[in-house]
Design a protein around this ligand. Structure first.
Ligand SMILES: *[C@@H]1O[C@H](CO)[C@@H](O)[C@H](O)[C@H]1NC(C)=O
Length: 388
């Protein structure tokens, strides 16, 4: 009797403690854990059939346009700004036009440049920035900015959800990275989405997103062009072992090229099990011919490198030749942004007050020896360029 009840007790304990055992997630940055890159996997899915049907429609109606055409049709202008900057004095500070500078509807988040797109630094003769903006729970737009004229135009990101329709994309778009003909955009809980810069479509200037009610064409909330999603890299471990795709950048010094993603975590955040929410940096290898993530035959992309860091409120980061440059934001005070420089195996160096308030994503341009950030707060929105 005693033995069997002991057995039952042990049995009960085993089934009872199993969820807790699972909670000691090997991907977490807990004492005794050594995280392994092979556990950070993304499954590719191609959104090709509806995309192909829509692309054929816009091609046949002469409304498939290039990045150059978008830049050449820019309808807004940046102006030189003189914000009170942080200790890391930028070489350039560009303010959005007054509507975009002040609006509380749209928030700029991600930045990338033609230096990411191609190592030579320009795209068909244009040096350009692309900046992402989100409208909470509603849509994402990206600004194509010509570095020569400082003119820009917004383009709406869309998801082709039928052979004759598309819808807006309701993500945070915290970071973007331009690589060849693809624009990579982070989708916080779900992974990374890729958009096809070889298929930018001209639509009617009208309200609503997608097929117009009267069937006379397509519209995009008053924007003239849309950029469609072509592919999705979904976080395979799922919600049980979450990863926050908060920002993204390109490292051309790795061989092959890699993309780096990092997590934004607030001070002292714990998950449902009371475990400290991990803060990780992860790299995936890119194929410079197809411009896609390297995957196995089953379409699984496995990280090539993963590491824990303890820098809270990370808004952006880049790496180059083994050195990491990671940014933190701390609210609206002037000089509220910090820069950390770090090499694996060493202690990070903090440069407190390096950035002005609202600093977000980081992007490095090897061709120019510059890096960039955007600041998000209404009334203080700039593109900032820094010489290395
Ligand atoms: C749209 O134009 C681009 C060049 O800008 C081209 O690469 C692409 O194939 C075209 N799309 C279609 C469906 O023909």
């Amino acid at each position: 009797m005693r033995f069997s009840s002991l057995f039952q007790l042990t049995g009960a304990l085993i089934s009872f403690t199993l969820p807790a055992a699972l909670a000691a997630d090997s991907r977490y940055c807990l004492d005794g854990n050594t995280i392994s890159a092979k556990d950070f996997t993304l499954q590719v899915s191609d959104d090709s059939s509806s995309l192909a049907a829509l692309a054929a429609h816009f091609q046949s109606t002469g409304k498939n346009v290039s990045v150059s055409a978008v830049l050449n049709s820019a309808n807004r202008a940046l102006s030189e700004g003189s914000p009170s900057v942080g200790d890391g004095s930028p070489s350039e500070a560009w303010a959005w036009n007054s509507g975009d500078f002040e609006t509380t509807k749209w928030m700029p988040q991600g930045i990338t440049s033609s230096g990411d797109a191609l190592g030579k630094g320009d795209w068909n003769g244009h040096e350009a920035w692309i900046v992402s903006w989100y409208q909470d729970g509603d849509s994402v737009r990206v600004s194509f900015v010509d570095r020569k004229t400082h003119a820009y135009r917004h383009v709406l990101l869309v998801y082709p959800d039928a052979d004759d329709d598309f819808k807006s994309i309701t993500i945070h778009a915290g970071g973007i990275m331009w690589y060849g003909n693809l624009l990579y955009v982070v989708d916080t809980k779900n992974g990374i989405r890729a958009f096809d810069l070889d298929n930018i479509w001209e639509v009617e200037i009208a309200d609503g997103v997608g097929k117009m009610a009267d069937g006379s064409g397509y519209s995009a909330d008053g924007y003239r062009y849309v950029l469609p999603q072509i592919r999705w890299y979904k976080w395979t471990p799922g919600e049980d072992s979450p990863f926050r795709f908060s920002w993204i950048s390109l490292d051309r010094s790795d061989s092959p090229d890699t993309l780096l993603v990092g997590e934004f975590v607030r001070d002292g955040e714990v998950d449902d099990n009371g475990d400290a929410v991990p803060i990780r940096l992860v790299k995936y290898e890119l194929d410079s011919t197809t411009r896609q993530l390297r995957t196995d035959d089953n379409g699984l992309a496995t990280a090539s490198w993963a590491h824990c860091v303890d820098i809270v409120k990370m808004q952006g980061g880049v790496s180059y030749e083994g050195k990491f440059y990671l940014s933190r934001s701390n609210g609206r005070d002037p000089k509220a942004g910090d820069l950390f420089t770090w090499e694996e195996g060493k202690t990070a160096e903090e440069h407190s007050g390096w950035f002005m308030a609202g600093n977000e994503d980081l992007s490095y341009n090897q061709a120019r020896g510059e890096y960039y950030t955007v600041t998000e707060y209404d009334g203080g929105r700039y593109i900032l360029a820094y010489k290395v």
